[in-house]
Design a protein around this ligand. Structure first.
Ligand code: 5RP
Length: 231
């Protein structure tokens, strides 16, 4: 991505999978913002498109404040001249984010971008949560296409892996940065991510994963009060 390009419109955008659907969803989301709103901004390509749409409205005079969920989103806000605050300075009136999978109970798997700790925190602080999904994200059974990402402290790797397997994970793999020789991806909080593939995801699993010593957060969201925005 060329960060210096005006509004990032968008060579990168054209490479986004399901671009047209994601753009349609992004436009619907951007239409919801009102003057004075403090909004939690999610990460990932769908959120990126929604932020571009919000940026256009800000350029035309809309007054909002963003609470970004990643450094990448903070930089995007700066480039679009959208003012920001941190989660320690304000709570969002509402937030939006993408998802990797959502089922008919509105249970979600997120975190391909590795930002799930900030995303879950922002969601937990928000009065209203919009989840932006193109049709590829809607599944009958959670875990069909994606593992559950689990962010953990580096020293806890073996312990967390062992306990994820005890909880029924079929496979556990440290997420790597590109090729294996580049080592594990390190999150913005200095931790690693274990991708855990579960065949069966029950309603207690999010809490069970969180209770393993060393786990910071997972990308499993069960029972959150969300509204889906679909293509
Ligand atoms: C990042 C996320 C994303 O919201 C999720 O991976 C969906 O990404 P995209 O909008 O690119 O399909 O959770 O941590």
């Amino acid at each position: 991505m060329d960060w210096n390009k005006d509004l990032y419109e968008t060579e990168w955008g054209q490479e986004i999978k399901n671009y047209d659907e994601k753009l349609a969803v992004a436009k619907k989301l951007a239409a919801l913002a009102k003057d004075g709103d403090i909004i939690g901004f999610g990460s990932g390509s769908t959120s990126y498109l929604a932020i571009l749409e919000l940026g256009k409205r800000v350029k035309n005079g809309l007054k909002i404040i963003a609470i970004p969920t990643s450094h990448e989103v903070s930089l995007l806000c700066a480039a679009l001249k959208i003012p920001t605050l941190s989660t320690n300075a304000a709570k969002p009136d509402w937030c939006f984010d993408g998802a990797d999978e959502v089922d008919s109970n509105s249970w979600i798997i997120k975190g391909r971008g590795g930002a799930m700790f900030n995303e879950k925190l922002t969601m937990s602080l928000s009065k209203k949560v919009y989840i932006l999904v193109d049709n590829s994200k809607i599944v009958k059974k959670l875990g069909t296409n994606f593992p559950i990402p689990v962010e953990c402290v580096r020293a806890s790797l073996l312990h967390v892996k062992e306990n994820l397997l005890k909880l029924g994970a079929e496979s556990v793999a440290v997420r790597l940065a590109g090729k294996a020789k580049d080592g594990p991806i390190i999150t913005e909080h200095g931790n690693i991510i274990i991708d855990a593939k579960f065949n069966k995801i029950g309603k207690t699993l999010e809490k069970e994963i969180k209770s393993i010593t060393g786990v910071i957060e997972s990308g499993l969201f069960i029972g959150y009060n969300i509204e889906l925005i679909k293509a």
